[in-house]
Structures are given as structure tokens and as C-alpha cells.
Design a protein around this ligand. Structure first.
Ligand code: NAD
Length: 314
């Protein structure tokens, strides 16, 4: 009998890549989301439209029973969205998480995976030693999105302590790749820069901040590999999933320009940049045999052409 997996947020970027991976592994997969995937049909065996802010939709999504639940549904976006939609994030994502943990516990699922974020961590100084998962406390996330994720982590952990299911909690670094949001205000930095470079006719683009903020980015299929390794492991503690390749925004712009084969001069303009610096330990996920396959240049060489094609078609 094939294992049954429910992917919440299967109409979104990472959820649709994860659903494909699970189907390829031989799982029977139900996807649930408030919308269908935007770029291609869902690879899931069954796809339900449901608003998981409604407790009855969470219960309906779990009908038939599941071995594993992957909870990726969230009202989310890049820094522009995170800083302009605080109440929306606190209300919508919190309701989705509250409803899903309760419904999954009642449905006696075996494993419950939560997609959390490195936004749970505080800002860091340049050159500061890497933060481990335990350094999320004392907590000081930079934004409400991070606080909501911490709450969701704690909700999952509390149900697991009661023996209602086994918890698997991943803190994702910034993820990018084809079929991610690239326009409309929710896009994240790599996608936004790819779009701006594709649209630029005079070799200039506007970029928020001064280019000095430091980030790390993980290619979507690498992230999905990390999720699967974590869920298959015995690791019940929150686990960072990312790469050890850190770049400044200035370097990111240069890498996107290289992927495009264009000369680009950024104009640094005021905007919501988020934290200044990032540096996270990946020891825990690497101890499970995880090793990212794509560096940023590789990943962008596959992401840029997809976004360029979207720009040309719109
Ligand atoms: P996404 O926006 O593409 O996917 C999220 C999906 O959740 C969307 O399809 C959306 O329609 C769905 N959703 C929102 N509200 C819903 C509701 N009420 N009912 C049902 N579905 C609902 O985002 P993504 O990049 O694929 O992110 C997936 C998860 O990973 C999210 O939990 C996000 O917070 C987390 N994460 C993502 C990143 C990243 O860089 N993309 C980084 C850290 C954490």
C-alpha cells in the first residue's frame, strides 16, 4: 500500500515541487490550497480547493486518513509583503496552523511536518558566529511573520509532546527556483531581481537598500530533498535547511546579471530590506546526509530563463 501524504499549500511554489517529489517516490498525494497552482497542473493524485482558515476545511482535507501531513500553507511573500501585511499574516497564517494541528491530531496522522522559516531568528552583526537552532531563544524575530512561525512551531511541538503525532519542523532559508512567485508584490529577492533584469531595457534596475545585506538562498529541489530527509529521520527538533553560500545583495545582483548575460547597474533605493545579516548552522540537517546540489549560480541559470519567459509572455 502506498503511503498517503497531505500537502497543504500544494498550489504554491514549494508545495507543488514537494507534491511532485512525493508522487515520484510512490506516495499517494492529496494537495490542498485556496487556489490551484498558477503555472502547471498539480502533480498530486487529488487536489482540493479549501480555505484552511476554516476548521471544517482542515478536517475535510484529512478525510480518509494520512501517514504524513506537510503543512506549507501560509499567507506569505517577500519583504515588501511581510512589512505591509502584518495583520493579514498574523490572522490568516495563525488560523491555518491552529486548524491544521488540531485536525491532524484528531485524524491520528503519524508525522506532521511544519514549514517554518529562518525569520524566527534575530538580526545578526556582520562576522558574527553562526546561530544554531537553539539560538532562536531568547526570541527576537525582526517581523510578525517570524513571530507567527515561532507560535506555529510551538503549537506543533506541544501536540507532539502529548503524543498526538510526531513533529518535524524545518526552518527554511530563502528559497528560489522556477515556478515561484515572480511578480505582484509577494515575490522574494531572487525572483524580483530576475524580473527587473529581464524587464530592463537600459541596463539599470532599482534595488532596495544599499546592497550590503547578507543572505543565503536555497534552490527549490534542494530544499525539497532536505524536507524529505528530515521527515524520514528521527529528528524531532526544529532544523534549519539551507546552504552555506552567503552573498551580499550586491553579489546577488551580479549573479543574476551573469545568468541573464546582461550588463546591469543597480540604483540603490529606499525599501523594506529586512535584517542586515544572516549566518545559520546547517550541522543538524547535514548530519542527516543533506548536501545541496546547486550553488547560487547554477540555480539562477535555471531560474532566470523561466522568469524571462514569464516576462515575455505577459
Ligand atoms: P507560496 O505563497 O507559493 O505557497 C503558500 C501557499 O499557501 C499558497 O499557494 C497559498 O494559496 C496557500 N494558502 C494561503 N492561505 C491559505 C489558506 N487560508 N488555505 C489554504 N491555502 C492557503 O509560498 P512558498 O514559497 O511555497 O512557501 C511555502 C511555505 O514555506 C510557507 O509556509 C512559507 O512561509 C515557508 N517558507 C518559504 C520560504 C521561501 O523562501 N519561499 C522561506 C521560509 C519559509
Amino acid at each position: 500500500m502506498a503511503k498517503r501524504a497531505l500537502v497543504c499549500g500544494a498550489g504554491g511554489f514549494i508545495g507543488s515541487h514537494l507534491a511532485k517529489r512525493l508522487v515520484d517516490e510512490g506516495y499517494w498525494v492529496r494537495g490542498v490550497d485556496i487556489k490551484h497552482p498558477e503555472w502547471s497542473a498539480s502533480p498530486a493524485d487529488e487536489f482540493l480547493i479549501g480555505d484552511l482558515r476554516d476548521p471544517s476545511a482542515a478536517v475535510a482535507a484529512l478525510a480518509g486518513g494520512f501517514d504524513e501531513v506537510y503543512q506549507l500553507a501560509a499567507d506569505m511573500g517577500g519583504m515588501g509583503f511581510i512589512h505591509s501585511a502584518e495583520t493579514q499574516i498574523m490572522h490568516n497564517s495563525m488560523l491555518v496552523n491552529v486548524n491544521m494541528v488540531e485536525a491532524a491530531a484528531e485524524a491520528a496522522v503519524d508525522k506532521y511536518f511544519l514549514a517554518s522559516s529562518v525569520c524566527v531568528y534575530r538580526d545578526m552583526d556582520l562576522g558574527e558566529a553562526e546561530l544554531t537552532e537553539d539560538d532562536a531563544y531568547p526570541a527576537l524575530p525582526d517581523n510578525e511573520y517570524g513571530w507567527e512561525k515561532l507560535y506555529a512551531e510551538r503549537a506543533v511541538a506541544s501536540y507532539a509532546r502529548e503524543g498526538r503525532f510526531q513533529a518535524r519542523i524545518a526552518r527554511f532559508q530563502n528559497c528560489y527556483g522556477p515556478e515561484g512567485t515572480w511578480t505582484g508584490g509577494r515575490e522574494k529577492a531572487p525572483a524580483a531581481l530576475c524580473r527587473k533584469v529581464a524587464e530592463s531595457t537600459d541596463g539599470t534596475i532599482d534595488v532596495w537598500g544599499d546592497g550590503s545585506a547578507v543572505r543565503s538562498f536555497i534552490y527549490v529541489t534542494d530544499l525539497v530533498e532536505g524536507i524529505r530527509r528530515l521527515v524520514d529521520s528521527e529528528m524531532t527538533e526544529p532544523t534549519n535547511i539551507g546552504t552555506r553560500e552567503y552573498v551580499s545583495v550586491k553579489q546577488l545582483v551580479a549573479l543574476v546579471a551573469d545568468a541573464a548575460g546582461k550588463e546591469i547597474s543597480p540604483r540603490w533605493v529606499p525599501g523594506p530590506v529586512g535584517v542586515q545579516n544572516r549566518n545559520f548552522s546547517n550541522n543538524r540537517i547535514e548530519s542527516l546526509g543533506f548536501e545541496p546540489q546547486s550553488d547560487l549560480a547554477d540555480g539562477l541559470s535555471r531560474t532566470y530563463p523561466w522568469i524571462e519567459q514569464q516576462v515575455e509572455c505577459n
